[in-house]
Design a protein around this ligand. Sequence first.
Ligand code: TYM
Length: 341
Amino acid sequence: KRVILSGIQPTGVPHLGNYFGALSNWVKLQREASADDELLFTIVGWHALTLPQDPKVLATARTDMLAFLLAIGLSPQKSIIFHQDHNPCHTELAWILNCLTPFGKLKRMTTWKARLADSRNANDESEVDESLLNAGLFTYPILQAADILVYRATHVPVGDDQTQHLELSRDIAQIFNQTFKNRLFPLPQQLNTPTKRILSLKDPSSKMSKSAPDTQSRILLTDTPAQIRAKIRGAVTDSIQGITYDPVARPGTANLLAILAACTNEDVTAVAERYRDKRHGDLKAGVVDAVEGVVRGPREEFERIRKEEGYLALVATEGAEKARALAEVTMRDVRKLVGLA
Ligand code: TYM
């Protein structure tokens, strides 16, 4: 029996990186699941709080994210779709795991190191402005491990940027099992898509992200055909003649080929072969059409579902009930093992 779990932060409209790195795989796993597979997909509101959020904006983004998950094809009949913050078992387990996780392991997390770098004094690199760092940013990966372990998940479909967090989740599972001499937690395995990392359209040395200041660097699932065209046309490529798939020497071009291959479900080298003697303009035109073909359905479905407030509330309530019931089974064992039963 597989228990498949993944999560997404409600910090804005999902972009093509979220979609091709993770969300499209959630739908595929749901489609191909066997009757005893358990699938859980969670909107992680507590993780979003590690950065400052406008409460009104967050509340809307949180419900919108539920609408997006339904719009891309997740079904509450087949998967448990829920808000993390509706299940206090996550934070209860997170606290227990906090007390088992070595400080040094957290200090090595690249996400934490990036936050630390952001808060360094511009004039004196050795000085960190600690008022910019909250404790939640530091313990963030432990809450993520709790999200996974509280359902005893075996498989976690995520993008490339979550690899280190998944390794930590396995480490923490092992520490718990060893400390309390049991096998409660399976070691969760990461599931990637062929395009596990979509790059920024403006800076192909970094990933496509929700927080990059340049809005032209990402394509959102709500973008209109005109916006998609403008963003793809403005994507950074190179001045080499012809089209080849070379992620090292031609990252921008390779990224467009990867997006196109993800849209059409083809091998990226086959797509590159088709465009071999063509120009960047031809490739971009192909990408625009393919992306619009993928985004249109979810975009229209999102606009329809987001208005069905009663239905969304019902899905959230039912999802939370199922999630709590499953997590409670694990927590009964956890409490007993640690001596808090
Ligand atoms: P988040 O909300 O940043 O991203 C959601 C998913 O999208 C993937 N992703 C990408 N994949 C490929 N290319 C990109 N440019 C790209 N950008 C984002 C992410 O890898 C992720 O799968 N910490 C997690 C949320 C989380 C979680 C969990 C995930 C909390 N608890 C438990 C799995 C299991 C995050 O911030 O994802």
